[in-house]
Design a protein around this ligand. Sequence first.
Ligand code: ATP
Ligand code: MG
Length: 251
Amino acid sequence: MGRERIKFDLLIHDLKVPLAVMEAGITSLLNRREKYGDITGQQEKVLKRVLRNNKVLKTLVNDALELGKSRQGIVNFSNLRLSSLIEEALVEIFDLTHCNTSEEIRHCLELKALKKILEGKGVLLVIDKGLWGQEVCLDAAKVRQVLRNLLNNALKYRKERVELSVDKRDGYLIFSVKDDGEGIPSTYHEKIFECYFQMDATENGCVRGHGLGLAGVMVLIEDMGGRLFLESGEGKGAKFLVEVPLRANGH
Ligand SMILES: Nc1ncnc2c1ncn2[C@@H]1O[C@H](COP(=O)(O)OP(=O)(O)OP(=O)(O)O)[C@@H](O)[C@H]1O
Ligand SMILES: [Mg+2]
């Protein structure tokens, strides 16, 4: 499968998250009135219609994933604070599973407070305070997509804890996403980056996800001129380390 096709598929694949958030929100309004308040019969009809159409869209996204398309790859540089980049990726992730947490992250003003919120969810954020406020020049959309996919996997496969570490060295942004889950045996270290490959796909027949995330992550990192390293062994958790070259600010 060509690189452009993989990137397009990843984009379609990532539509699943906002769609799931919408579905969860509407379902809550319909089913948890003790929490969200009463709705009229007319409002209920409208919400049910939106929910139905949301499901239609979900099916279309899944269909599009099967078909795939090609797209031209371009690296878009911009200057932005590391704090915004990381916070945005975290908000997108928690929107799906813990929307109260994502609200807290959105309104959080200090690194220390953010670390505390995340710790409550078993996520350890390791970053220097000076670096947190620094501006960097990179392709934010691509880096966010990489971060989101690695974090989603780590949260999915962890036992209890996930660690996100961010550093900057010799013109590179270096970040790692580590979990304490079952890990990945070395025989699979290349295979998991292939499209539609999932280690547990054959065991239970019903799989979560599409086995596309890591294939897309690899293409995005290569496009940025970066590198990815995997450290993992059976029963030892997994650590994905990413290096992305930075541009000098303002260029
Ligand atoms: N942190 C991890 N710990 C253990 N196994 C992992 C981890 N990350 C990925 N894998 C293995 O690699 C496979 C491929 O990962 P990938 O992100 O490409 O797909 P997915 O998460 O299964 O689905 P998708 O990302 O499309 O929703 C996973 O199915 C899993 O078997
Ligand atoms: Mg994944």
